[in-house]
Design a protein. Sequence first.
Length: 328
Amino acid sequence: MDFLQSKIWREFQASVGRSVFEIEGASIIEHKLPIIGSPACIAKRSIAGRYFYVPRGPELSAEAEINSKFQIPNSKSNPNDQISKIINLGKEKGIGWIRVEPNCRTLEFIKKNIDYKIEKAPHDMQPRETFVIDISKSEEELLSDMKQKTRYNLNLAKKKEIKIIVSREKKHIDEFLRLVEVTSQRDGISSHPKEYYRKMIEMIPEENLRLYLAEYSGKIIVANLVVFFQDLAIYLHGSSDNEFRNVMAPYLLQWRQIQDAKKIGCTKYDFGGIKSGDENNSWKGITKFKKGFSPEMKPTQFLGCYDIILSPVKYRLYRIIQKIKTLF
């Protein structure tokens, strides 16, 4: 199961004010789009569109795929039942469209078995590529797998008097939020509101979410949120200061996170999104940084988001608004 399909994630999404549902193992999150250009409308949560989002799903089980392929009647694992129930819930709630993140098999099934139009979404909710490495190897093997420059930067960081902190104290959460803002302004990245991160740390149990910080010369200069779920550790959010970037603290912090993941039994470490194959994209630096930990590992590829259109009128309005937003 993907972490974004877990009960933990549903409970967190509910805590930030979103309606959440679960149908036969599929997590469904309701998103609302405020009308742009009118502060009064935004304040009243006037809605140009409401849609369901199924993060990293739905996904056909092996049993469901077999039942679908051979058209086994009255099966408990009929994927058409699950998707029909999601669609019926959307219609009941007045949803305009359902945004899914299917794999190839699920997308093929949806296209063949539902009567609603499905289109590629105008943007993806999650990265199309993620970088997941095998950490079941020994630490010596993991170090050997690294790019030479990565090992050099890691060894350089080890020589500095960098203190690694794992904490949920208010002062450390505040430092993380400060660095999120610094990173957002420096790299032109849209971040979540501060309350979103506060609620995330408050709601998700410490055994599943840890805040890692690197302190140098008495100042927190890097802070990361890391998820531990089943056999996987996920580098969920990262931030860094503009000062002391030459001490290479992010390398040491990632290595500590990997070491801790191994200690609690994780066999995979997910560095999160990358963009490979395009040297001119804005993710070039972060992609190079992440891939340096295992340059021979191939990225995990996803199809991205697709929209099942329940209300063509609402969906057309949404697409018009999206085009208007690109003009500002």
